[in-house]
Write a protein that binds this ligand. Structure first.
Ligand code: NDP
Length: 413
């Protein structure tokens, strides 16, 4: 309950603590409780039309998954020996949404288009809508997982505590609406990630409306984060071998993470820049570009290498790599990116995180929330994956650990 409430409160704080007169504002620093009490009493939190609009948006992304073309791809072999089929068309979905938004912006008023103004003005209502939606969805999924029948449960989601199971996720691959819609992989890549970029654009439009221009820092954060999302859609098959899909249940942790936490807290940088424009200048731009390029290279190369190895091990790009044969039947890479450390992909992702925060300058610590939170997430994730692999591979994992000593940062950790 503490974690559930805290993550929800943080989404609200990201609204109340980012202001044009300080982030956090001086009055919060001198009297935090009074400031938050005032905010609580004077703000309108719930607005039914915003919730309805979000539902329409969610429904539209479901519809696009159905009507747009995309190959049906099998996921990894599950504990019951079966493989689920996934329709992969996230890229088509997001390109359709962004084309529609670009058209609306071009033909209906640019930065003044009613959609951008609405999103900015109803931001707090959107946060509530996302919170309400996520609580309802994760509770419905928990109840759905209690039905009789042969459906796979996640290893971690069958503890004696129903509340824990609700949070961590009981069922592995729930498909409650239609058997072809895998809700977990759908939410992992579509409505939340796309909403994140939509919020970034809305924040950029606010900067344009209020200052008449868009700063270099705002352009960089938009490009980096927009590319991150596009890249995840371009490499959609890679999601099928991630821990979220293969191991974790679909509970409140993932539902909230995908649909509320991610779009709200990951757009803190552009929201801050919308309220406090920062000009980096050519040197600042080059430095940030270099950091992002390095992080992206490590992130993409390592993730693609593992994905290719898992899906097409005889591909010449991975066939030469050294491997460790395990009793489980699969092999583990012990050279290439996965021989440098056990999660170089996390290191690349974290380096990129810095490039997303540095453009906001040093006027507030709040925009650096992402690097701190993300470091904690990745450290915790690495431990969870390590335990899961220990369960999967038993003695072979101990051998792998001895060969590849470092967890994330070679020579350091
Ligand atoms: P990984 O892609 O790191 O996959 C871990 C799995 O890979 C293991 O469970 C194991 O599964 C397999 N594996 C581990 N070691 C080896 C090896 N040596 N050779 C072959 N296979 C191996 O999992 P994540 O889902 O944690 O991360 C994917 C990406 O998503 C990362 O880049 C991460 O940074 C990013 N991410 C981003 C988040 C964000 O909010 N921006 C949140 C979470 C992740 P098996 O052996 O069963 O195949």
């Amino acid at each position: 309950m503490v974690i559930t409430s805290s993550i929800s409160i943080i989404t609200y704080l990201s609204y109340f603590l980012l202001t044009p007169w300080g982030s956090p504002p001086p009055i919060f620093l001198s009297s935090p409780l009074t400031y938050l009490q005032n905010a609580l009493y004077t703000s309108s939190f719930f607005h039914l039309p915003t919730l309805v609009l979000f539902l329409a948006y969610f429904g539209f992304t479901v519809l696009l998954q159905y009507i747009l073309p995309g190959p049906l791809v099998p996921g990894v072999v599950l504990a019951n020996g079966k493989r689920n089929l996934y329709k992969l068309n996230a890229l088509h979905t997001s390109l359709t949404i962004f084309s529609l938004l670009a058209g609306a912006t071009l033909f209906f008023g640019g930065a003044d288009w009613v959609g951008w103004v609405y999103l900015w003005e109803h931001y707090l209502h959107l946060i509530t809508a996302l919170n309400v939606f996520c609580l309802s969805l994760s509770t419905s999924l928990y109840i759905y997982s209690l039905r009789p029948g042969p459906h796979l449960l996640a290893d971690g989601g069958t503890s004696p505590s129903p509340l824990f199971n609700w949070f961590i996720g009981r069922e592995l691959n729930p498909r409650p609406l239609l058997s072809s819609l895998d809700l977990k992989s759908f939410c992992e890549l579509r409505p939340g990630l796309t909403l994140w970029i939509i919020l970034n654009i809305s924040n950029t439009m606010h900067q344009l409306r209020t200052t008449g221009g868009i700063t270099d820092s705002m352009i960089l954060v938009n490009l980096f984060q927009g590319w991150y999302v596009l890249d995840s859609h371009l490499h959609e098959p890679a999601v099928l071998t991630t821990m979220d899909i293969t191991t974790d249940g679909f509970g409140h942790m993932l539902v909230f993470g995908d649909l509320a936490w991610l779009p709200i807290t990951y757009s803190i940088q552009t929201r801050y820049l919308a309220l406090n424009p920062v000009h980096l200048g050519p040197l600042g731009v080059l430095a940030v570009l270099a950091i992002n390029g390095l992080g992206y290279y490590i992130f993409r190369a390592s993730n693609s290498q593992k994905n290719l190895f898992r899906t097409s091990p005889s591909d010449p790009r991975v066939a030469h790599l050294k491997t460790l044969q395990t009793k489980r039947g699969t092999k583990l890479l012990i050279s290439g990116w996965w021989g440098i450390s056990r999660h170089t992909n996390y290191l690349g992702d974290w380096i990129m995180a810095w490039a997303w925060c540095l453009p906001t300058g040093f006027g507030t610590p709040l925009t650096y929330f992402y690097v701190v939170y993300f470091a904690i997430l990745l450290l915790h994730r690495e431990r969870r994956d390590d335990e899961a692999c220990e369960r999967k591979y038993a003695d072979d994992w101990a051998v792998y650990r001895r060969i590849v000593r470092w967890r994330i940062v070679p020579g350091v950790y």
